[in-house]
Design a protein around this ligand. Structure first.
Ligand code: PBG
Length: 326
């Protein structure tokens, strides 16, 4: 008789043993649902490039959040979509803007039982589609943009936001926002920093979701990171932590698992990852075409992101987590 001392298959022989020894899992409480809340509409508008995802009016957004909350998802990331845009994105921080109204409505609805986060960036609010204000050469002006991010942070804080999510990739944004919040007494408002945000083609469907197109066929390569680089991710994350980030995020997720792992090994704050619109849409499209089993691949993708070292995942799949985990 052949003697094989180690037979790893014993640990895979049925579902009970597999579940017993599984090293990684994903649960709804670890997910953050992004929600697009649009001013001036009164019923949800489906997004053709993000099947299953909608632009919501405020009332239907709260209803959708309640539904998803009942599956155990407790965190929401609000993206306000304004009716009017201008060069300085003023609807992003003006009194009564859509993001603030949404934050207040969510806090009313959930109180301390859910975490209300808001994207802190100007691209949804500028007519040129960039994440900040432009200088006379048409380049995004870093320090002038920081001033507006400070305004935005305050408007979100006044509305009751739990965590702001600065996503514009301006230098010094975390430190500036922390300083402004603290000086106005909002020391309890946290910062989930989009520390590592690559200039990725995977944000395409998101731009439909927030009605953004970048003027003159432009791109964000002058401020978002070059996806050929690793060490600048280390620089960015170290800077954000030194500036006061409570959690750091890597974005996109699925094609950047090496970066998630690098960051996880480097820092001692929680690491989040954003499974972005293009990642979601590719899985949905391949599922709809019958090439893959959508729910199975959605699950596998979330596990991969957890396995790489993320503790929280911002994902559009959060809205269907019941089916995915079933
Ligand atoms: C910027 C922002 C973007 C995303 C989240 N925040 C767009 C961008 O940087 O171009 C993309 C998210 C996604 O693709 O799901 N406000």
């Amino acid at each position: 008789m052949r003697q094989i001392i180690r037979r790893p298959r014993r640990l895979r022989s049925n579902i009970a043993i597999r579940d017993l020894v599984a090293e990684v899992s994903v649960s709804p409480a670890e997910l953050i649902l992004p929600l697009f809340i649009r001013e001036g509409i009164d019923s949800p508008i489906p997004l053709s490039t993000l099947p299953g995802i909608f632009q919501y009016d405020l009332e239907s957004a709260v209803k959708e959040a309640r539904r998803v909350f009942s599956s155990g998802v407790k965190s929401f990331m609000i993206f306000g979509v304004p009716t009017e845009k201008d060069a300085v994105g003023s609807r992003g921080y003006a009194d009564g803007n859509i993001t603030s109204r949404s934050i207040a409505a969510f806090k009313d609805e959930f109180g301390e039982n859910a975490l209300v986060m808001a994207d802190l960036c100007l691209d949804e609010f500028t007519d040129h589609g960039h994440c900040g204000v432009l200088d006379d050469k048409g380049c995004v002006a870093n320090d002038a943009t920081l001033e507006l991010y400070g305004e935005m942070a305050l408007s979100q804080a006044r509305a009751g936001v739990d965590f702001v999510g600065p996503s514009g990739m301006m230098d010094g944004q975390v430190g500036h926002i922390r300083g402004v919040l603290d000086s106005e007494g909002y020391t309890d408002v946290g910062i989930l920093a989009y520390s590592i945000k690559y200039a990725s083609g995977l944000y395409g469907p998101f731009r439909e979701a927030v009605n953004v197109s970048i003027a003159n066929g432009g791109d964000r390569k002058g401020y978002q990171q070059d996806f050929r680089n690793i060490s600048e991710a280390v620089t960015e994350v170290e800077l954000d932590i030194s500036e006061g980030a409570d959690m750091v995020m890597v974005k996109p997720a699925g094609m950047y698992l090496d970066i998630i792992r690098t960051v996880r090994n480097l820092v001692d704050v929680p690491v989040a990852a954003y499974q972005v619109s293009g990642e979601y849409s590719m899985i949905k499209a391949a599922g709809a075409a019958g090439y893959i089993d959508e729910a199975a691949i959605a699950y596998e993708s979330l596990i991969a992101i957890k396995r790489a070292g993320a503790s929280a995942i911002l994902t559009y799949f959060a809205h269907a987590i019941d089916e995915i985990l079933a």
